[in-house]
Design a protein. Structure first.
Length: 118
């Protein structure tokens, strides 16, 4: 079993930055990809960013492209999400997830709250 633990959330003013981390522990192996999702109150969970573990190819939601950056540290089994130029509409609980085989995200973290004040 894989455990994913997010950290780095908090309260920040609009225009500010945060760096989220997601550390994987337990059964460690080479993931196909890791992703970040978010869920705001009253809204459905939405995709934010994805990174392929091998090669590091990245994908972003249109709403965050150019402001957020996903990266990974293979040796530490950790994926990061750098959030810049934050907007109040970025307020949400952010979750990381692991896609082991390319078939979808099977493992999810507990989430970390990001609140952006105007």
């Amino acid at each position: 079993q894989v455990q994913l633990v997010e950290s780095g959330g908090g309260l920040v003013q609009a225009g500010g930055s945060l760096r989220l981390s997601c550390a994987a522990s337990g059964r460690t192996f080479s993931y196909y990809a890791m992703g970040w999702f978010r869920k705001a109150p009253g809204k459905e969970r939405e995709f934010v960013a994805r990174i392929l573990w091998s090669g590091g190819t990245t994908y972003y939601a249109y709403s965050v492209k150019g402001r957020f950056t996903i990266s990974r540290d293979n040796a530490k089994n950790t994926v990061y999400l750098q959030l810049n130029s934050l907007k109040p509409e970025d307020t949400a609980v952010y979750y990381c997830a692991a896609d082991r085989t390319g078939s979808g995200y099977a493992d999810w973290g507990q989430g970390t709250q990001v609140t952006v004040s105007s």
